[in-house]
Ligand binder design. Sequence first.
Ligand SMILES: [Fe+2]
Ligand SMILES: [Fe+2]
Length: 305
Amino acid sequence: MSDYIQIKHSQIDFYHKIPLFYKTEDNEYHLYKKKGEPIAEARLETHKHPPLFILQEDKRTAAKELQESLNIDLARQIASKGVKTVKSIVGRIVAEALEDPCPKTLDSLPDTIEIFFAGHAKNSELLKAMTMVASGSSLIIDHTVNVLAIATRFCFCNKLGEDTSKKIALGALLHDIGTAEISQKILEVNRRLTDAEFDAYKSHPLKGCDIINRCGGSFDPMVAEICLEHHERIDGSGYPMSSRNISFQSQLVGLIDSYEPLTYRDKTFRKAKTPFDTLQLLKHEVLEGKFDKSIFRNLCSCMTS
Ligand SMILES: [Fe+2]
Ligand SMILES: [Fe+2]
């Protein structure tokens, strides 16, 4: 097995701390850039890099460095109101976390939330606008970023305390982190899942809770709880525990988690429905007793305001 991993071309200039390598025709790896320094300006300007590689042992440091750089980029883009770029940067941060959920990749996420909240204070249309554009990322990443934006919007709209709001936002960002341990084939299926596939999919809340407890050292317990409970329903019809006793924040993320995919016409084609039409679709599940009526009402007034 190779001790080197190829990196994406678009990420080359994010790496300062770790060395980069290129491969010769004889399949030997040679140093392209030393540890602790950026790629030379002259080389960056040409945009002509050979395929570049990092050492396997630097993989997690690389992921952390990439996320830190993305956070800096995020703050810059929020300030300049580049909504689509903001969405795709948050998507890339989520993608890194999903690819290898470990302390190094999860540690940068509270900073992402801080930047996101500070950005909202300067650009109050940001959250609304974010859910209107497709980021070009995969379905699961687009979904996650939308759930984050809607949950944060709900928190601001309902004037929840800043501390609680940030925990809910982090829980929204990480609610499906358990899918990192589900087969990619199941996640990308564009048809109804078989019973066996659905059983495998249904393990993601527990897996997510385990990942947070294992890796998210300093996270508030609310984050793991949201991962575990976001598919539970107050009538006991949810999973994995068929629990009826679900925290407010898990109910909220669960409701938004159900709302968000309904804004798509189907799984591959984004044609946004109005919030009003989407909420109408969800209303019958509320009337069946799956979701709390007052949380639904508050979501309705915040999404249609
Ligand atoms: Fe989920
Ligand atoms: Fe979800």
